[in-house]
Design a binder for this molecule. Structure first.
Ligand SMILES: [Zn+2]
Length: 558
């Protein structure tokens, strides 16, 4: 073995260990990489010792410079990416999509599929499409076209194209016609009950035996049938082990006005047919979607195959299990109608609009999605605690600190120096300061005041130390060290100057619909609606409204 290779191994060790290679470890590494040396340990030792000594005499900067030449890959970060398992080669054209159905607000559980599709496209400089699944006019609530774009946009996602499945019904109709002509689809006049019974018993109905000519004739008059009297079905296999493959319906009649197309259509494609074709038609290369599509995937691939369409790679991911969160759209709607919830953005809900209004950051949600990884089987349990942990991590360094006092009690401080004092807006990041001017009187929180006993040293945060003497509060000093070294019982609390000119009224709405009223420092007037701050010793809050000089916040979390 040449000296260069030995040097490389020593340098890797020394750079890892603050510039000092450990000969024992180096020995082990050499033997691991070059097992032949086992036969000649004394010789290896003789070679290594002077080299280790020589390298250990260099500064770590010099060692780094040499190692960078010998083995540049040592310094490359081997970051694991959640999409590595897809094994996509650099330069591959990636197009992903997410299909919102315009009928409700999304909740945090949907965020994963949206973000994964978006992030994958972004990673490969690809394209990300949104495709509204709006081919059942009865399920389309027109105002939700915009709502969903707002919800998805809030996640920090941008899209290259918005597609409406309903704009492609003629195309889908033509594909269906192709299948009828090829004898791969037939018009079925059975009732829905009969159809599901046949499916269960793996039995074909008489309609299945009709000739191609007969089917074509029926298909061309399909649009004249009444709703519920006929469907177009794929001819696959009624004994298929995947029930979704047992001659599924692909077109049906719906008599309803479509918000985009009025009464132009009567024959509407079923979800699976539309979804499978439009993925292929728009050359969607990858789709992440939640586990409930697992059975449908086989059908989707099959449809693309028989129509010779591009076959999208689909991957079904485990859903977030939302623990202790109300997420059913139907239930939410009910509770809104009954007045139990303020709306889709009620602070108790995990909907994206509610999270936004409470002050959750979409960046924190993105981190949560990425760090929870991609798994097919085991769903990640998502609780408020997890969500709050990620959000807090994000907010800690950027949120301004302010003081809020509920149930204020006025106290006077004997011998108060009545000085002006400055408090940092954030302990870590330089966001500037807030200043107060003391009048010798302060507002403290009732709960704090009730807890004081005679002889307590009370530090008004970043300001002064006072001592409780009987029913008086007496100034003691400003120095934090005096507080730190005080032998008796002590407490650091927040406070406000008892001076209306330096205060604002504030109220905070909590997720359980309570309103906490109090006062806060005047500096909140520098905030804009939507800013998220931290009220010290209370929690994070988002400024929701300023009305009649009252600052209304929504409680984010502790
Ligand atoms: Zn039938």
């Amino acid at each position: 073995m040449d000296e260069q290779n030995l040097k490389k191994i020593i340098l890797e060790n020394s750079v890892k260990h603050k510039g000092k290679a450990n000969i024992k470890f180096v020995f082990g590494n050499v033997i691991r990489d070059y097992p032949d040396y086992k036969k000649n340990i004394p010789e290896l030792k003789k070679m290594l010792e002077p080299l280790v000594k020589e390298i250990n005499n260099l500064s770590i900067e010099e060692q780094t410079t040499i190692l960078k030449k010998l083995n540049p890959s040592f310094f490359e970060e081997k970051k694991k990416d959640i999409f590595d398992f897809l094994d996509i080669k650099e330069g591959t054209q990636v197009i992903t999509a997410f299909p919102p159905s315009p009928e409700k607000h999304y909740h945090i559980g949907h965020a994963k599929a949206i973000l994964l599709n978006y992030l994958l496209a972004k990673k490969y400089n690809g394209k990300f499409y949104l495709r509204f699944e709006d081919t059942n006019p009865k399920n389309v609530r027109p105002e939700y076209y915009k709502v969903m774009l707002d919800d998805i946009g809030w996640l920090g996602v941008s899209w290259d194209k918005v597609i409406y499945a309903s704009d492609h019904i003629d195309l889908l109709y033509d594909y269906a016609t192709t299948l009828v002509k090829k004898g791969q689809a037939y018009v079925c006049f059975c009732s829905p009950e009969q159809m599901s019974k046949n499916r269960e018993h793996q039995q074909a109905c008489d309609c299945r035996r009709a000739s191609v000519e007969e089917n074509l004739k029926n298909w061309f008059s399909f649009k004249e049938y009444d709703e519920g009297t006929a469907t177009l079905r794929l001819k696959i296999d009624l004994k298929h082990k995947n029930t979704r493959m047992r001659d599924p319906a692909i077109f049906r009649i719906i008599e309803a006005e479509h918000p985009r197309h009025g009464y132009r259509h009567r024959a509407y494609p079923m979800y699976d047919f539309q979804n499978a074709i439009l993925d292929g038609y728009f050359n969607i290369t990858h789709r992440f979607r939640t586990q409930e599509f697992y059975m449908a995937s086989e059908l989707h691939h099959y449809i693309r195959k028989i129509l010779k369409l591009y076959d999208t790679f689909t991957y079904e991911i485990a859903r977030f299990n939302l623990k202790g969160m109300l997420s059913s759209g139907r239930l939410i709607r009910e509770k809104i109608n009954e007045g139990e919830l303020l709306g889709w953005d009620d602070p108790s809900l995990p909907t994206l609009v509610a999270l936004k209004r409470r002050g959750f950051s979409s960046e924190a949600i993105k981190q949560l999605v990425v760090e929870s990884g991609i798994s097919r089987s085991s769903g990640t349990s998502l609780t408020w605690d997890t969500l709050e942990k990620y959000n807090k991590r994000y907010l800690n360094d950027i949120a301004q600190r302010h003081f809020f006092i509920k149930e204020p009690i006025k106290i006077e401080v004997v011998d108060d120096p009545k000085k002006e004092y400055f408090l940092k807006k954030n302990p870590k990041k330089d966001l500037g300061t807030r200043n107060f001017k003391s009048t010798g009187e302060y507002y403290l929180e009732k709960e704090d005041v009730d807890s004081f006993v005679n002889g307590d040293l009370i530090r008004l945060m970043d300001n002064i130390n006072i001592i409780k003497k009987e029913d008086k509060y007496v100034y003691s000093s400003c120095d934090y060290l005096d507080y730190k070294d005080y032998p008796g019982s002590k407490k650091i609390i927040h406070f406000l100057p008892a001076d209306d000119n330096q205060l604002h009224k504030a109220k905070i709405l909590t997720p359980d619909h309570k309103i906490i009223e109090g006062i806060c420092e005047k500096q909140v007037s520098s905030l804009k609606v939507s800013d998220v701050i931290q009220f010290e010793r209370f929690g994070f809050c988002r400024l929701d409204e300023i009305k009649d000089n009252v600052y209304s916040f929504w409680f984010t979390h502790k």
